[in-house]
Ligand binder design. Sequence first.
Ligand SMILES: Nc1ncnc2c1ncn2[C@@H]1O[C@H](COP(=O)(O)OP(=O)(O)OP(=O)(O)O)[C@@H](O)[C@H]1O
Length: 252
Amino acid sequence: MALLEVKNLGISFGGLRAVDEVNLSIKKGQLFGLIGPNGAGKTTIFNLLTGVYQPTDGTILLDGVSIVGKSTAEISMAGIGRTFQNIRLFKNMSVLDNVKAALHNHEKYSLLAGIMRLPLYYSKERQMNKTAREILKVFDLDKEENYLASNLPYGKQRKLEIARALATRPKLLLLDEPAAGMNPNETAELMDTIRLIRDKFDITILLIEHDMKLVSGICEQILVLNFGTELANGTPEEVLNDPAVITAYLGE
Ligand SMILES: Nc1ncnc2c1ncn2[C@@H]1O[C@H](COP(=O)(O)OP(=O)(O)OP(=O)(O)O)[C@@H](O)[C@H]1O
């Protein structure tokens, strides 16, 4: 069974059909790419998968269970984590606290335990510090744990965003243009990190990306969208050699 199974997904905004009859089947552990020209509907699909928008048509199953109609918080708890095109860190909080804030959302101890600083609170806090540091280490951000997020260079802020998404312990991680604004060295490093996350944490990844080198370098399967509909779906080689894709996407 696929981890994510999307059938005939659609949404309209007024008269605009932003996503139309999109199908997506992502296996556990797969690295899947979603590409297409500006305005093709890529971010809208992320918003549909995370409950920001509710589809007008279609079904979305995560691990065989429907997530249509659920809130963003419920979907996060169900196992879909995401990053955004524009970085959304807590800029005035430390690097460590940014990751801990994401962990907190998934931790369960009573408000009373927190306010009264009960022993349970301290043991959870200790555990959270340990987990947050382990995650930062994966991203090579452990030495900067006390820096303010806003003081990190851009490439590291992008990595911290992914670290925060990972802290919600997703089964499926959605990355919206993770390499946007990165230089070639940062992009190459990011590719290694994305592969590492998949391998080390056994996480399935769906990413939107304009950087073709990144997409074809790490994705096993790619869905190409154009005007909200599927243009092609296959391996990077199949998709990037598809004449319809070359015409629509590369403008040739
Ligand atoms: N909330 C909304 N209300 C109205 N139209 C919207 C809304 N969200 C997205 N759209 C429209 O839906 C279409 C798809 O937008 P979307 O942002 O998903 O494209 P995209 O493929 O992610 O583009 P880009 O690569 O530029 O980020 C666009 O025409 C956009 O203007």
